[in-house]
Write a protein that binds this ligand. Structure first.
Ligand code: SF4
Length: 373
């Protein structure tokens, strides 16, 4: 689908300021605007203040990447390994429980985020038992696990519908699902960057099935690779439509593309992503009018840029993570752990009020005092 930008920027921004819905042609106009990005950012900051006042939330969590062995070949990925790679790994349940205990004891995690490569040797029982064993050992932990790609593979391997797979995972202890594997939902570009992944239609079906069962998911986009502005319009329009229908997304997360160790790197001008990402966050705030929460990504853009994004429409700083393998494997070097104290002080340094939240954005408590850490 092609859109043509015929709309005046000022009239789009006036609409946004009065919380009138921006249409897809106007979204394209915002994406194509080259000179007045600061005006878009200013309006997004005003709107974000009205929606979220001065608060910035964060979650105390730990990532668990249980395997990097993967049978797919996404061109933007620096994480996957083959079985024969020297640094290939697959965690057993004891190791996973040990990592969770470590996260509980050291920083009091509220959530684990569990994803991995599509390891052809793993049987459905590995996934089902993983959820059960974790929940049996940590009843109060929120398990945010298995992307739509993993649900898709489980459905194929177990011979069950998406609905039955999700219901079984929930019965065993799953609480919510990451909305990753979306990458870019515009099909032509999707087929160029991840031809073996589940299709747009399958991604949408799995997400809507989860929402219909009361299982919340995040929504994501892989940003800054070979996608065009019309591709972004297509992607965001679809995400907004789903949210209108289900209200099942908790937040929107932008995943800026880290090119350095990926096969897509030669096609992409990686120097421009830092410039583009702030305007992009602002556009998300204006277009995704049915999302309260827009999340930044400090491991991908760095802490300084993440703090700057808090003035561009972003209201969530993401998590402590403890361990971040996917960005690091693609050549990202912004670290993989921030303590809760560091996050609080960073947010306060940006003149915002830090609020600890759970995965579903219930606020746990505010930490708004001086020099606590
Ligand atoms: S992005 Fe995920 S599915 Fe694709 S190659 Fe990497 S690990 Fe495999």
């Amino acid at each position: 689908m092609r859109y043509k930008c015929m709309t005046e920027l000022n009239s789009v921004l006036e609409k946004a300021l009065s919380f009138e819905r921006i249409n897809d042609e106007e979204l394209l106009c915002l994406l194509e605007e080259k000179e007045k990005g600061h005006d878009i950012i200013r309006v997004a900051d005003i709107n974000n203040q009205k929606i979220n006042s001065n608060t910035v939330s964060y979650v105390v969590n730990r990532n668990i990447n249980f395997t990097n062995i993967c049978g797919l070949n996404c061109r933007f990925c620096g994480y996957k390994r083959t079985k024969r790679s020297k640094d290939a790994f697959l965690l057993d349940y004891d190791k996973i429980l040990e990592k969770i205990s470590d996260g509980k004891n050291k920083i009091g995690i509220d959530e684990i985020c569990v994803t991995g490569g599509i390891n052809p040797d793993l049987k459905p029982d590995y996934y089902f038992n993983l959820i059960k064993i974790v929940k049996d050992n940590f009843q109060d932990l929120h398990i945010h696990a298995f992307s739509p790609q993993e649900i898709f593979e489980l459905s194929k391997a177990a011979g069950k519908s998406y609905k039955d797979v999700i219901l079984k995972l929930v019965e065993l202890g799953l609480n919510s699902i990451p909305g990753t594997a979306a990458e870019i939902l515009a099909e032509e570009t999707r087929s160029r960057i991840c031809p073996e992944k589940l299709s747009k239609t399958q991604w949408v079906e799995i997400i809507k099935t989860a929402h219909s069962l009361g299982v919340k998911t995040s929504a994501t986009i892989l940003f800054g690779h070979i996608e065009s502005n019309p591709d972004i319009v297509y992607h965001l329009s679809l995400i907004r439509q789903i949210q209108d229908e289900t209200n099942g997304f908790t937040e929107f997360i932008t995943l800026p593309f880290i090119p350095y160790k990926t096969s897509l790197r030669k096609k992409v001008d990686s120097t421009s992503i830092q410039d583009k990402v702030f305007k992009f966050y602002a556009i998300l705030r204006l277009y995704l009018d049915n999302f309260k929460n827009i999340q930044t990504s400090w491991p991908k853009i760095g802490v300084d840029a993440a703090l700057k994004s808090l003035k561009c429409g972003v209201n969530d700083f993401g998590g402590t993570l403890m361990e971040e393998n996917i960005t690091k494997s693609a050549g990202g070097n912004f670290g993989e752990y921030l303590s809760e104290g560091q996050i609080i002080n960073l947010i306060k340094g940006a003149e915002k009020i830090p609020v600890r939240r759970d995965t579903l954005y219930n606020y746990i408590y505010e930490k708004n005092y001086e020099n606590q850490y």
